[in-house]
Design a protein around this ligand. Structure first.
Ligand SMILES: O=C(O)C1=C[C@@H](OP(=O)(O)O)[C@@H](O)[C@H](O)C1
Ligand SMILES: C=C(OP(=O)(O)O)C(=O)O
Length: 454
């Protein structure tokens, strides 16, 4: 679709402070790890609260292509999903391989090839056109180093064919994961099933998204695997049986960020119910980052409550661990009363789009003042105006545009449907958040019982 053909969504302005409870769906990262580990288990597993969005549907499609039974209801809407792994993951015959569509999902494009290597037969991988621009070559080379045969026509990207041999030797592999933590997670998730397990050593600069690696280690251990992560930059997964189990998925804290940002930029209050007291999700960092930008933040058994009203301030922050939050924070920073500098996020150039370039171009297109730096963004206060905010198939660009639209009248977000990558029904959730305070009982100020439920 050319950009001229993409639909425009008029981002609603906030005419008053938002006051809402917003229930966000399950974590993409947790759902796709649980699905994958369930597929590698020795018996069926269940998943409660799994995310039903493009990235998880792609993961389910990929696992089914390898012979895994996933019962998730008619439209992935069953409250509990049941995953039954086959005795042997299957590929296809020569000339008729099993087919995996990775879409634009990092968790599918990185986590599935190490699993396909365990299948008996060929598995063909392809995805959206832009998937070819995302870093992939390092992972393919690592798999070859571990004994896997891959035919990628020397492209180092899609499309490629994994020659599943039913087993993988495994052992030691050195790789540079500065472009994506998902290279490491991918090998750790499948490594328990390799004959020698896997020892992953990172050689290179600082690794991004450390909480996501911590989540991987936590999930592999929860499935019965053994991971030694005691030495920085080195992980050892011992060969072991992974167990079927019951997984319960936390709400997606990174997807909560735009709603929390709405509280800050409108001077309102938003509560996200079921915010975990302890978690490996990167999005948990919203709590201290939004506080630094001027929010009041309170974590109670009812959830996380963020309130604005004391201004929106810029901040200096190293976002290497929490790159996913950058688009939301950049939108808030563009509305702040002082400059912000975000560093440690050069790897965002390899996300759904080059997020540093896209944020600078689109915020500046609305009159903002963003300078793209080699490792991050410098964002200064500026008077912003109406205009089109392009999103480049990037769900987090789309939600960033929505945050800007709360305060800048006349923002038209291109292709709001891109949010469906990880957050179904975003426009309805956003509208409900904006309407929710209108439902309040004017006498008591108490929220209406319905609130907003995603
Ligand atoms: O493992 C995961 O679930 C993810 C890891 C991170 O990837 P990078 O390390 O490539 O940033 C993160 O940005 C992505 O949204 C999800
Ligand atoms: C980088 C992201 O996604 P992916 O899992 O496709 O890498 C993201 O969701 O911000």
């Amino acid at each position: 679709m050319t950009s001229a053909e993409k639909t425009l969504w008029s981002a609603p302005s906030a005419h008053r402070p938002v006051t809402a409870d917003v229930r966000v769906p399950g974590s993409k990262s947790a759902t796709n790890r649980a699905l994958l580990l369930a597929a590698l288990g020795d018996s069926p597993s269940t998943i409660t609260g799994g995310l039903r969005a493009r990235d998880s549907v792609l993961m389910i499609g990929a696992l089914r292509a390898l012979g895994v039974e996933v019962d998730a209801g008619e439209d992935f809407d069953a409250p509990v999903w049941r995953i039954t792994p086959p005795a042997q993951l299957r590929g296809g015959d020569a000339g008729a391989p099993a087919k995996v569509d990775v879409g634009l999902a990092g968790t599918v494009m990185r986590f599935l090839p190490p699993v396909a290597a365990l299948a008996a037969g060929q598995v063909y991988f392809d995805g959206d056109p832009y998937a070819r621009a995302r870093p992939m070559g390092t992972l393919l080379q690592s798999l070859r180093d571990l004994g896997v045969r891959i035919d990628d026509g020397d492209r180092g990207t899609f499309p490629f064919l994994v020659e599943g041999a039913g087993q993988v030797a495994g052992g030691l592999v050195e790789l540079d994961a500065t472009a994506s933590s998902q290279f490491i997670s991918a090998l750790l998730l499948a490594g328990s099933r390799y004959l020698k397990g896997v020892e992953v050593r990172h050689v290179g600069g600082p690794i991004p998204s450390q909480p996501h690696i911590d989540m991987t280690v936590e999930f592999v251990r929860a499935a019965g695997g053994t991971v030694d992560a005691s030495e920085p930059g080195r992980w050892v997964v011992t060969p072991s049986v992974l167990r079927g189990r019951e997984w319960s998925i936390e709400p997606d804290l990174s997807n909560a960020a735009p709603f929390l940002a709405a509280a800050l930029v409108t001077g309102g209050t938003v509560t996200i119910p079921d915010w975990p007291a302890a978690t490996t999700q990167a999005g948990d960092a919203s709590r201290h980052l939004l506080r630094e930008m001027g929010a009041r933040v309170e974590l109670t058994p009812a959830g996380l409550t963020v309130s604005g009203g004391a201004g929106v301030h810029g901040m200096e922050a190293d976002l290497r661990d929490v790159g996913e939050l950058t688009p939301t924070l950049a939108a808030v920073a563009a509305l702040a009363d002082s400059p912000s500098r975000f560093t440690g996020i050069g790897h965002l150039r390899g996300h759904e789009t080059d997020r540093l370039a896209a944020l600078a171009r689109e915020i500046n297109g609305l009159g903002g003042d963003v300078v793209e730096e080699p490792d991050g963004l410098l964002i200064r206060p500026a008077k912003m105006h109406s205009g089109v905010f392009a999103t480049y198939d990037d769900h987090r660009m789309a939600t960033a545009g929505a945050v800007l639209g709360l305060a800048v009248p006349g923002v038209e977000v291109e292709d709001i449907a891109a949010t469906g990558k990880t957050l179904p029904d975003f426009p309805a959730m956003w509208a409900a958040m904006l309407d929710a305070d209108g439902d309040r009982d004017p006498a008591s100020g108490a929220p209406a019982p319905t609130g907003v439920h995603g």
